[in-house]
Design a protein around this ligand. Structure first.
Ligand code: ARG
Length: 470
């Protein structure tokens, strides 16, 4: 058949793997606008792992011969080495990491490299890569979260008899063990790990074999690919498999919640290290100074953790918004998923790491905490509960105690300063037995049910957590 030379031999898209049907060279602006290799290059090891499993599956299906499979796998391993050693040269035409790797493979092993993409699309390929990547990264994040928990538990243990004011509405409420406060965060992180585990269980499904959207024409054994890659199951609908990003949204959501927890702790560290509180000292090595005011020591690390929280929430909203009106199946919008996901993961990982080291070096101002916990009428509930023990209905006990509190405020005294005679003016049910309950430690130890701040409970929880985290 006669073909017009100008259209075919010039091959304006000759360097593009998909260039066959094009008659114009990609515009320079479009190339720059659509390229994603700077972001998705971090997927290279997973991309190659997936390509190797794909070729082995093609080999098993006799789509590739054993010799072809072997050559391609060896070629892919060489490409991986180049990438690992920083010797891989990306070119202007490398649109994304998938194309870059295939391009280099073909340079190394010749036209046979062109067989790697048989029965596969970048759509199922990228879906696989992100799942492999997340499985790995979330495992690492869990390790970081556990280190953080270990530090919080150890810090609690080292200060296990230190009391502090507990707050509601940021008003002094009841005395607590400082350790109990730290262990509250350990519980939060425990749930965070659970959310990560759940997300991994749901994303651990193998999408390859979905092709671009409709499935594959080749007799590939998808369960075999899954087994090679350590997936317990395969996706059941090709359209869903290439356009599903639920798992990324779940991860971004879990990361947002983790970040919220880190931000709450940061907020407390900022408050506690202020001159108004002075409960703790942040390590100098984790603070910065002012360019103008020589006396300043600023809590920039917790401030930045708090500040970066909005950024992670933003990524979650970004992903939800990207997906909300996307028709099935793959659309290029989905390429925007990776900057959001990667930055969310990087931000949370860096925040956990730096807060772990900061908390390891945190010092408590025990004197300040002691003074703070003695004040503020925080034993008032103990008076009311003492009266309840003496047969007074709680509501009445609350009212009686409220009058004692009022008197203490009017006279600028502490509840604990009143004599028995003075107290008996408020209720004759009060006897000298009350005084044994009116100490900070008695108030703390009285809260001895599961989950309470009593020393024995907290020590028990520390032991349980130590065992779980060892
Ligand atoms: N870089 C693309 C992404 O991350 C890979 C898939 C591209 N597929 C396509 N048909 N253009 O989404």
């Amino acid at each position: 058949m006669a073909r017009k030379k100008s259209r075919h031999s010039a091959a304006p898209q000759g360097k593009k793997a998909w260039g066959g049907r094009f008659t114009q060279k990609t515009n320079r602006l479009v190339e720059a606008f659509t390229v994603s290799v700077a972001v998705d290059r971090r997927l290279y090891a997973y991309d190659i792992q997936g390509s190797i499993a794909h070729c082995q599956t093609l080999g098993k299906a006799r789509v590739l011969t054993a010799a072809e499979t072997k050559t391609i796998v060896k070629g892919l391993q060489s490409v991986k080495k180049e990438l690992e050693r920083g010797r891989f040269r990306f070119t202007q035409q490398d649109e994304d990491i998938h194309m870059a790797i295939e391009r280099r493979l073909t340079e190394l092993i010749g036209p046979l490299g062109g067989k790697v993409h048989t029965g596969r699309s970048r759509n199922d390929q990228v879906a696989l890569d992100i799942r492999l990547y997340l499985r790995d990264q979330l495992g690492q994040l869990t390790v970081h979260l556990e280190n953080f928990q270990r530090v919080l538990v150890a810090k609690g243990k080292a200060n296990r008899t230190v009391a502090m004011p507990g707050y509601t509405h940021l008003q002094r409420a009841q005395p607590l063990l400082f350790a109990h406060h730290l262990l509250a965060y350990v519980e939060m992180i425990e749930r965070d790990k659970g959310r990560v585990r759940d997300a991994v269980a749901r994303l651990n499904v193998m999408p390859l074999g979905s092709g671009a959207l409709a499935g594959t024409n080749y007799p590939v054994d998808r369960l075999f690919t899954a087994k090679l890659l350590g997936f317990p199951s395969v996706t059941q609908n090709s359209l869903d498999a290439v356009s599903d990003r639920d798992f990324m949204i779940e991860v971004a959501s879990a990361l947002s919640i983790t970040m919220m927890h880190l931000s709450r702790l940061s907020e407390e560290l900022i408050l506690w290290s202020s001159q108004e509180f002075r409960f703790v000292d942040l390590p100098d090595a984790f603070c910065t100074g002012s360019s103008m005011m020589p006396q300043k020591k600023n809590p920039d690390v917790p401030e930045l953790v708090r500040g970066k929280t909005g950024r992670v929430y933003g990524h979650l909203v970004n992903l939800l918004t990207t997906l909300k009106a996307l028709p099935l199946s793959y659309n290029r919008d989905l390429q925007e998923d990776k900057p959001a996901l990667f930055d969310a993961l990087d931000t949370v990982t860096a925040s956990v790491e730096v807060l772990t080291e900061l908390m390891r070096r945190l010092t408590l101002n025990r004197e300040v905490l002691k003074q703070a916990v003695e004040g503020g009428g925080m034993l008032a509930t103990e008076v009311a509960d003492y009266l309840v023990g003496r047969g007074v209905p709680f509501r009445e006990a609350h009212a009686i105690t409220g009058r004692v509190v009022r008197a203490a405020l009017d006279q600028d005294r502490e509840l604990t300063d009143f004599s028995l005679q003075e107290l008996q003016k408020f209720s004759l049910r009060i006897e000298k037995g009350l005084f044994a309950r009116l100490t900070v430690m008695a108030a703390i130890d009285q809260k001895s049910q599961i989950g309470g701040t009593a020393r024995a409970r907290v020590e028990q929880r520390i032991k349980e957590l130590e065992r779980r985290l060892s």
